[in-house]
Design a binder for this molecule. Structure first.
Ligand SMILES: Cc1cc2nc3c(=O)[nH]c(=O)nc-3n(C[C@H](O)[C@H](O)[C@H](O)COP(=O)(O)OP(=O)(O)OC[C@H]3O[C@@H](n4cnc5c(N)ncnc54)[C@H](O)[C@@H]3O)c2cc1C
Length: 520
């Protein structure tokens, strides 16, 4: 490309800085809706800098993003070597040796308007309930390694199963890039070395590449990763540090060969100063050890990771450093930060990609027409803050609700003060197992129930309203539910069989020709 001004050639020029997951998600969504002759989306990315290369587990709302972009699920899974995710298995969290499953979807069925988990607590008090996991379609199927696609509106118990995906981060970005470019998004390759701002307004006007190329824009989406090239380095927006609640600041990521068929769930195993993820894909398993450098050195973290992976390592561990928290304003001047440039709450519940998706949807809902209105910008920032804080509280719960005292790290998180919003939730649960969803909170009743019970936080007493139902009726309804989930799960194929039957399994010989561009 010639040195000089890049003519983006449209009234509204949106420049996306960064071509990682955040950048290409943004470009794919924007090019689909905004390339109407008026607006032009251009992505600037640097192959030399590269992407963070992790972020392979998601939560169910990802399906809404795919639906918005008309992404065919089977083709998508094949292209990204993806698998289904029915939830997360947590190992060693409440106490060492404990295991529980945080499923997607619901637990059981409410009876006469009484919440299922209250019925469960009542039955548990009588000693006849079994485990809460027996009442979740996703959990029972996951334990058997089975999968079936829920039919919308169907009465089948499979329709209670909710799911998300695991995918290869590099292939995901490549898939979205192809889509965005086909929809008209532009791409400029090169390292940005300078950010130019309007002397009066302070708004960003252009970014300048090492080659001298200048990319001008009206609105900039900062997807440049942890450094926050525009939002922080140029605009000095500031960062709210949450590491006193979430002291994890490092991760070692290492892929391994699969051992057997991939299970349809993520696993999070707690160690002495952090935890390890296992994300099964079609062609490999992603692993990583997230730890706090205040309590553990990288050498020890690597030894623990190597000792606990199941398959043959396919590469050496890669060290990543981060600070948990969020940018003080996600949108500042004419720059909206999305992805790691906006903040990071550590990957325990796989929420980062969702935060990107939510930010894109919110930006669409508040997209500026000509000038940026402060009230719309403030609304964006208010909504994003609320979402980040909700996610933060739910993640902190996993650390706070531990009985482990076997290391300095676990004693610290067990005994630390937590945000008032979380302390209130824990107290409401402790008294009568009550959970209230505030605003548009991401994690709903089944999620809070799963973690509280999974980490041995039992309410002092169930909600007395549960006593209004006949004991025998409840016991027999619950027995029927248990049996129904078990029988339904047993009739499902294994997830690998399901993927193969659906044409979603990547087969090197047949797929390269079939896929446009042949993602690898
Ligand atoms: C250890 C770990 C595990 C994670 N696990 C999960 C998970 O399981 N689920 C989940 O949802 N999320 C997870 N995440 C988060 C997820 O990885 C990110 O949200 C996602 O990858 C988005 O990253 P990004 O696009 O913001 O940044 P990056 O991938 O870092 O991309 C930044 C882009 O900016 C470009 N860039 C930077 N500087 C310049 C410059 N000067 N000039 C030009 N271009 C530049 C880079 O080249 C790159 O293209 C995890 C994160 C970490 C750290």
């Amino acid at each position: 490309m010639d040195k000089g001004i890049v003519n983006i050639n449209a009234v509204d020029r949106v420049v996306v800085v960064g071509g990682g997951t955040a950048g290409w998600m943004t470009a794919a969504a924007m090019s689909r809706y905004f390339n109407n002759g008026r607006r032009k989306v251009t992505v600037v990315e640097s192959d030399a800098i590269g992407t963070v290369g992790v972020g392979e587990a998601t939560i169910p709302p990802i399906k809404n993003f795919n639906a918005m972009l008309d992404i065919p699920e089977n083709e998508f899974l094949k292209a990204t070597r993806g698998t289904f995710k029915l939830g997360i298995e947590f190992v060693n969290w409440g106490q060492q040796g404990d295991r529980y499953f945080h499923p997607f979807g619901t637990y059981g069925q409410d009876l006469h308007g009484i919440q299922f988990h209250q019925l469960f607590l009542r039955e548990a008090a009588r000693g006849t309930a079994g485990s809460i996991s027996d009442y979740s379609m996703s959990t029972v199927a996951a334990a058997l390694g089975r999968f079936g696609r829920p039919a919308p509106g169907a009465k089948s118990l499979v329709s209670q199963m909710a799911y998300a995906f695991h995918f290869d981060a590099g292939l995901y970005a490549a898939y979205l890039r192809k889509m965005a470019e086909q929809q008209g998004a532009g791409r400029v390759e090169g390292r940005i070395v300078q950010v130019h701002r309007n002397g009066e307004s302070g708004d960003v006007t252009s970014v300048e590449l090492e080659s001298g190329v200048i990319v001008e824009g009206d609105l900039f989406v900062d997807c440049s990763g942890f450094r926050g090239l525009l939002i922080e380095e140029a605009l000095e927006t500031g960062y709210e540090d949450w590491s006193h609640w979430l002291p994890m600041d490092s991760a070692l990521a290492m892929p391994t060969a699969n051992v057997g068929s991939p299970p349809p769930f993520t696993r999070a195993t707690a160690h002495t100063a952090g935890w390890q993820w296992r994300i099964p894909l079609q062609h490999r398993t992603g692993n990583g050890h997230v730890f706090s450098s205040a309590y553990m050195q990288a050498e020890e973290a690597e030894r623990i990771l190597r000792d606990h992976v199941e398959g043959e390592p396919l590469a050496d561990p890669r060290l990543l450093r981060f600070t948990t928290g969020m940018r003080k304003k996600a949108w500042n001047h004419n720059v909206i930060s999305l992805g790691l440039s906006a903040g990071f709450i550590e990957p325990l519940e796989s929420t980062s990609i969702h935060l990107i998706q939510n930010g894109i949807a919110r930006l669409f809902a508040l997209f500026p027409e000509k000038a940026i209105s402060p009230v719309e910008r403030d609304e964006y920032n208010r909504g994003m803050r609320e979402l980040y804080e909700d996610v933060r509280d739910f993640i902190i719960l996993h650390y706070k609700a531990t009985q482990r005292g076997d290391s300095e790290f676990w004693r610290y998180v067990r005994d630390m003060d937590v945000p008032e919003s979380l302390a209130r939730k824990i107290e409401l649960w402790r008294l009568h197992g009550r959970i209230f969803r505030e605003n548009a909170e991401l994690f709903t009743m089944p999620s809070w129930t799963a973690v509280m019970l999974g980490q041995n936080i039992w309410p002092e007493r169930y909600d007395p309203i549960a006593d209004t139902l006949d004991e025998q009726r409840v016991a027999s309804a619950m027995a029927q539910m248990r049996e129904g989930y078990r029988a339904t799960a047993q009739a499902l194929p294994s997830q690998e069989e399901f993927l193969r039957q659906s044409g979603a399994w990547y087969d090197e010989k047949s797929t390269v020709a079939a896929m446009p561009g042949g993602f690898r």
